[in-house]
Unconditional design. Structure first.
Lengths: 133, 530
């Protein structure tokens, strides 16, 4: 048992020994994972969107994100082809991802969105649900 | 949108039992009442007598658009189709070796499949009751072959059962039925059904359960010849000295419950997945090609529609050539617009406020498909899996073996992922290479030692990144249907919408076809009244 514990400790320690003492990596933004798992399916990893027969808007350097109420409305309620994510994501996840986008991809909005704001300003999930079966 | 973790609930189990025990009876009752028939198709519309010189512009050369053009031209209209892509078919589409596909975001795939192999990114199967689509396939010379939906020899894999090991659908299904039959027989013995059945009916049900569930004389589901004829033998029947089969051990009912097998069984009881099902010989895209031959010379490709006006007693469509960038206008007396709402909601459409609201009210679903080509059909050669689907609770949700060219040599393509719900967004967010790798990794659970080893190459389409739709299909719900559906399908001055989004058979080609026939019939009446 003692040996196993030692081995684990060595494993944890080894990367630090192998490299020069470096600054600890900053913890990833909690909204980054939501962005990668959901948003970038359409808005792309670089948040530049895309254009074909129609357009997927860029979120990078996006002036409409200035008033936090707007992304809250769009993410909770959907817009045109974009489905709503109320119910699929928690208010915490929604605020995390909005904060992530509003402080990355060339966006530098300082104010933070909170789950309470999402709860208050968000569009409720529609009664009918997404799918009819 | 049920994105919750799908654990087996008691209600689901009961519902599945109810579905299995009650479907035959329910179906008979519905037959008598005239329900549960085919989709609504009373034959082609036979429109006649268009006023000479009347022009119709059709937007979109998918199935709805091409059929509208075909029927209207037959009735005497002067028809022009404008299409964004450089090919006909829209979402009816196959990717073949040599094809190039660029998704939104710019990632380009050069498909390397062998001659005759393909991925159907969109529709891939046709239920027997989609009579309108079947009618036009026959009429337009599109050869069909059976699509194998259910295959008991295929596999079912769950992270929650059997230590993640894939099991034969046959075993799980037999054990499910057998155990449910045994439990129900026990309930009858314990007089648990006395309040809902007469003694006589309970006795009859008890005998029926023995036959249905392959129970033994003691009404137990056990290891014997009878149950093994359902679930397969430990040693199969043979000839000569060792011809005698050895029965197999049924799995514990807890494991069967853990496996979630009823979901797969119930899925195949859905009218959309019942046999017979069809596919075109040579890929789903053959339907689009077949339709295109009927409207030859009428399609202008590479045209991106930018506005639709109804001013001045005519329809004026502005469109830009995606190659040259040249903008032109097409004028007509009427317009059939089959552009998906995901795109149409971004176009300046001159219509009633009600229709405008409807166009903006319907979000689009997402899904990802991945096609994987292998050196040979090891699933056929080594496991006797001929077509059908293996199911998993991993993100890829299933792999589907090719139904065409069964028992042949050479490379073949498996549908290696068909994602739903959150997995679709996760997969769509990856690069095409990452999607293919992930599909290969997840699907290898079914065929370890073969899947990765015999892999040649893949192709993938993420519908949220498809340039001509920006999504998969229109996602209506009860509320939006009530508020917007009738407005969406109504003729708006000189404009009528058609496509799967203007139907109650959403996401199926049949919906596009029936919507188109209904739209042109009403537009024709309107034109004759004018």
């Amino acid at each position: 048992m003692r040996f196993v514990l030692f081995a684990v400790a060595a494993l944890i320690a080894s990367p630090a020994l192998a490299q020069k003492p470096a600054k600890a990596l900053p913890a990833p933004h909690p909204g980054a994972e939501v962005y990668q798992n959901i948003c970038q399916a359409c808005h792309m990893a670089n948040a530049l969107g895309g254009e074909g027969a129609g357009k997927i808007p860029a979120l990078a350097k996006n002036g409409t994100l200035e008033a936090a109420g707007y992304p809250i409305m769009v993410v909770t309620g959907g817009k045109n082809a974009m489905p709503w994510f109320r119910g699929a994501l928690t208010d915490q996840q929604i605020s995390d991802v909005i904060n992530y986008v509003r402080s990355n991809f060339g966006n530098k909005y300082k104010d933070k969105v909170t789950p309470a704001m999402v709860a208050e300003m968000g569009v409720p999930a529609p009664k009918g649900g997404m799918r009819e079966q | 949108m049920n994105w919750a973790e799908q654990g087996p609930t008691r209600r689901e189990v009961l519902r599945a039992i109810g579905m299995m025990a009650g479907t035959a009876v329910l179906y008979q009752a519905m037959e008598v009442l005239g329900h549960a028939k085919e989709t609504q198709f009373a034959g082609p519309p036979n429109l006649q007598g268009a006023r000479p010189g009347t022009k119709v512009v059709v937007l979109g050369a998918g199935l709805a658009g091409m059929l509208a053009a075909y029927e209207l031209a037959k009735a005497g209209y002067d028809v022009q189709i404008l299409e964004y892509n450089n090919r006909p078919g829209g979402r009816n589409w196959s990717l073949y070796g040599g094809d190039t596909y660029t998704e939104l975001g710019g990632a380009t795939q050069k498909v390397g499949f062998s001659e005759g192999n393909y991925l159907n990114p969109g529709p891939w199967r046709i239920p027997y009751h989609h009579r309108a689509l079947l009618h036009y396939c026959k009429k337009f010379g599109v050869a069909l072959e059976p699509f194998i939906q259910m295959n008991q020899q295929a596999l079912v894999q769950s992270s929650k059962a059997f230590g993640g090991k894939p099991m034969r659908y046959r075993e799980l299904h037999a054990d499910w039925d057998g155990n449910v039959a045994e439990l129900l027989a026990k309930a009858i013995d314990n007089r648990g059904l006395d309040s809902v059945m007469t003694k006589e009916d309970a006795d009859r049900l008890r005998i029926a359960l023995r036959e249905w569930g392959a129970l033994d004389q003691n009404f137990k589901y056990s290891k014997n010849y009878r149950s093994s004829r359902r679930r397969g033998f430990e040693r199969a029947q043979g000839g000569g000295v060792l011809g005698e089969p050895i029965p197999s051990d049924p799995h514990a009912f807890k494991d069967i419950l853990d496996s979630g097998i009823w979901r797969t069984v119930a899925q195949h009881m859905n009218i959309d997945h019942q046999h017979a099902m069809f596919q075109p010989v040579g890929g789903m895209g053959m339907i689009g090609r077949g339709f295109a031959k009927q409207v030859e010379g009428k399609i202008r490709y590479n045209q991106k529609v930018t506005s639709i006006s109804q001013q001045g007693g005519k329809v004026t469509v502005m469109h830009t050539d995606t190659g040259s960038g040249v903008t032109s206008t097409t004028e007509a007396d009427y317009c059939v617009c089959t552009i998906p709402l995901s795109v149409l909601s971004q176009i300046d459409v001159d219509c009633s406020p009600g229709l405008d609201a409807a166009i903006h009210a319907v979000p689009y679903s997402n899904s990802v498909k991945v096609g994987l080509e292998f050196k040979r059909r090891f699933w056929e050669e080594e496991e006797a899996i001929y077509g059908g689907i293996s199911f998993t609770d991993r993100e890829i949700s299933m792999i589907s073996y090719p139904s065409g060219k069964l028992h042949s040599d050479g490379p073949a393509v498996i549908l290696g992922a068909y994602t739903f719900g959150p997995a679709s967004y996760k997969f769509a967010g990856m690069t095409p290479e990452e999607r293919i790798q992930r599909a290969l990794e997840q699907g290898s659970v079914f065929h370890p030692g073969r899947y990765k080893e015999e892999f040649i190459g893949g192709a993938t389409v993420a519908w949220s990144r498809v340039p001509f739709t920006l999504g998969c299909c229109a996602q209506w719900n009860e509320d939006t249907r009530k508020e917007h559906y009738q407005t969406l399908v109504a003729v708006d001055n000189r404009l009528v919408l058609a496509g799967e989004h203007a139907s109650y058979i959403g996401c199926w080609m049949e919906g596009a076809i029936l919507s188109s026939l209904d739209a042109v019939t009403r537009l024709h009446s309107r034109a004759l009244e004018a």
